[in-house]
Design a protein around this ligand. Structure first.
Ligand SMILES: [Zn+2]
Ligand SMILES: [Zn+2]
Length: 69
């Protein structure tokens, strides 16, 4: 599979937001989530994932606290 933006480059990942194949230069990876680094819409997904990540951590901390108390 080739990069959506560079037809001469191999793709290294698929954007989670729009499903396009991306090369290393075109992709942005955070917490295992890959998105287009040139699309604001796709980058928004990262924020959403980041919030989900922290909500998970906080919930886990609350559950641990309840178990201890
Ligand atoms: Zn590319
Ligand atoms: Zn995308």
């Amino acid at each position: 599979m080739k990069c959506y933006n560079h037809h001469d480059r191999d793709a290294f990942g698929i954007c989670k937001a729009c499903g396009k194949a991306l090369c290393l230069e075109c992709m942005k990876e955070e917490n295992g989530v890959i998105v287009c680094n040139n699309s604001l819409n796709c980058l928004k997904i990262l924020d959403r994932c980041r919030i989900g990540f922290w909500v998970g951590i906080i919930l886990l901390a609350i559950i641990l606290l309840l178990l201890i108390l």
